[in-house]
Ligand binder design. Structure first.
Ligand SMILES: NC(=O)c1ccc[n+]([C@@H]2O[C@H](COP(=O)([O-])OP(=O)(O)OC[C@H]3O[C@@H](n4cnc5c(N)ncnc54)[C@H](OP(=O)(O)O)[C@@H]3O)[C@@H](O)[C@H]2O)c1
Length: 264
């Protein structure tokens, strides 16, 4: 497939699911705008994606936990006359621990990254896509946590519930338009997420996490087909169970997964 006339902007493109998504877009020859915080990592990833077949690549090192980062990214793409056909809101982090003990500044940063910057980027690029003739696509990173109030990961799970609710609502608003919104809904996936969240020792992290390449492929395929939801293996069943249990019982089950894994 030659997509040199199509541009994808991916936040969180340097690691985990975002990196695997970036590889899929590169192999299909998209032009790419890559966003994360670490400039060196962005340069290394860009060189790699170029070798895989990507078209023009630009990197934008930005911290999306800082207000206005999204507006600055949009401004840069406007100045460079880049029309974004596909927006991938992948960057997201969590913070493990009792809410009474976790760091408030970090959690407000998580809300800024997972929610506010995602909303801001979606607003700006969606308006641009709507004004443009060609098809527009947006991929949102939800989570199995979107369905689960999660003790020890309370703020993160609530941001993911927000993302799925918001994305489903705008997908409906856009149902008769040329722009489609897809939510990718992973289960636990083998990335740096658990390390960054300080929860590598938990059952949730160690219970056979999914390969991020498989998760990314599921999201990529659904995005290209314009499907609203892309479920990683097992998520549909967990979502169904969560929907029939009370939030209290879901929280009790999730809490068990948040406990330390048995020593092997
Ligand atoms: N892994 C899982 O089990 C799992 C399950 C469900 C959903 N998800 C979701 O999948 C998405 C990707 O997570 P992942 O598991 O692939 O994690 P990951 O391997 O830690 O990758 C996170 C990416 O986001 C970037 N990032 C982090 N903080 C940022 C910030 N403040 N500003 C800009 N970029 C930032 C990171 O680069 P820098 O650190 O260099 O900025 C990195 O490229 C997240 O939205 C996560 O919630 C993950």
């Amino acid at each position: 497939m030659k997509n040199y006339n199509q541009t994808v902007l991916i936040t969180g493109a340097t690691s985990g699911i975002g990196l695997e998504l970036a590889r899929l877009f590169a192999a299909d020859n998209y032009n790419m705008v890559l966003v994360s915080r670490d400039e060196q990592n962005l340069n290394n990833v860009a060189a790699n994606l170029q070798n895989m077949g990507a078209g023009r690549i630009i990197i934008i090192p930005k911290d999306l936990s800082i207000p206005n980062a999204a507006a600055e990214i949009f401004e840069i793409t406007q100045q460079q006359n880049i029309h974004v056909d596909v927006l991938v809101n992948d960057a997201g982090v969590g913070e493990y621990g009792y809410f009474t003990e976790t760091n408030l500044e970090k959690e407000l940063g998580i809300i800024q990254l997972n929610i506010s910057s995602m909303i801001h980027l979606t607003k700006l690029y969606l308006r641009e896509m709507m004004a443009y003739d060609g098809p527009g696509k947006i991929l949102q990173l939800a989570s199995v946590a979107s369905y689960q109030p999660s003790p020890m990961l309370a703020v993160y799970a609530a941001t993911k519930a927000f993302i799925l609710s918001f994305s489903d609502a705008i997908a409906y608003e856009l149902k008769d338009s040329h722009v489609k919104v897809t939510s990718l809904i992973p289960n636990a996936t083998d990335t740096d997420f658990f390390h960054k969240a300080g929860m590598e020792h938990t059952k949730a992290a160690q219970n056979n996490p999914e390969d991020p390449a498989i998760v990314a492929q599921i999201g990529y395929d659904a995005l290209l087909k314009g499907e609203q939801h892309a479920y990683a293996p097992g998520v549909r069943q967990l979502a169904a169970v969560s929907s029939i249990l009370s939030n209290q019982n879901v929280a009790m089950l999730v809490d068990k997964q948040m406990q330390p894994a048995e020593q092997r």
